[in-house]
Ligand binder design. Structure first.
Ligand SMILES: Nc1ncnc2c1ncn2[C@@H]1O[C@H](COP(=O)(O)OP(=O)(O)O)[C@@H](O)[C@H]1O
Ligand SMILES: [Mg+2]
Length: 237
């Protein structure tokens, strides 16, 4: 084990991360020498226009995709060196994902949607149910647990998705345009929830093209055409 696993220092570090996608004969250069270090408990927003590489970066951060080159260290361990099994464990135990569209399963109730990752994690039925109920209460949906997604508003669906992302009690919450499909009022509710979760010590990385939404985070970095720059503090300083 190296020194980064002890102490609470850098929880997450990317060094010179590059991503290329094949494009005909050429290689499209999507992420360019990205350096990014995040400490435990941070609330970071990655702000950039459509097509700037945000989702590509998010997928690498979430270990759903790998960089073409560079080093990515999570919890003091080099992600490039992990086996498929270790990566799968990391994704299910350490990382919670929230996407623009809640991506709930339409044939499962809110509660069952939240239970799903716990089924994969091998948690027994009683505890699963209890944890799903707690989490749905946590996001303000105690009276909607047995509703199906199409019986819920967009904001409620997104809150179910957040409860699901929290089911494995992840240290890192990753959100890609979490308010992109919501009206302003509902978006504000989701942002309030993120602040609460961060206040409890959870590390959050939120990706957005919306400056106002980005302002909810404690730290903002900008991504333009695959290049990342530090954006300075925000209203929460
Ligand atoms: N699988 C892929 N193959 C080829 N090009 C891709 C792929 N995924 C994304 N891209 C390209 O990479 C660029 C960045 O995409 P993306 O990360 O989705 O941007 P954002 O999330 O900021 O809108 C875009 O030009 C997109 O067309
Ligand atoms: Mg995107």
């Amino acid at each position: 084990m190296d020194t980064m696993t002890s102490g609470r220092g850098a929880f997450f570090r990317m060094e010179k991360i590059n991503k290329f996608y094949p494009m005909g004969e050429e290689q499209a250069h999507i992420l360019k020498d990205i350096d990014l270090t995040i400490d435990e408990g941070e609330y970071l927003s990655v702000l950039g226009p459509s097509g700037s590489g945000k989702s590509t970066l998010m997928n690498i951060i979430g270990c759903l995709d790998v960089a073409t080159s560079g080093r990515y260290t999570l919890h003091g361990r080099l992600v490039e060196e992990m086996s498929e099994g270790e990566l799968a464990r990391l994704r299910s135990e350490e990382i919670g994902f929230v996407f623009q569209n809640s991506q709930l399963l339409p044939r499962l109730t809110a509660r069952k949607n939240v239970e799903l990752p716990l089924i994969y994690a091998g948690v027994g039925p009683r505890e699963r149910r209890m944890r799903a109920c707690e989490l749905l209460e946590r996001v303000g949906l105690s009276d909607r647990m047995e509703h199906y997604p199409n019986q819920l508003s967009g904001g409620q669906q997104q809150r179910v998705a957040i409860a699901r992302a929290l089911a494995g009690n992840p240290t890192l919450l990753l959100a890609d345009e979490p308010t992109g499909a919501l009206d302003q009022k509902t978006g504000r509710q989701v942002m309030a929830l993120f602040r609460e979760l961060n206040g409890e010590g959870r590390t959050i990385i939120m990706i957005t093209h919306d400056m106002k939404i980005a302002g909810n985070a404690r730290r903002v970095v900008h991504i333009i055409d695959g290049e990342l720059t530090e954006g300075g503090g925000t209203n929460d300083a």
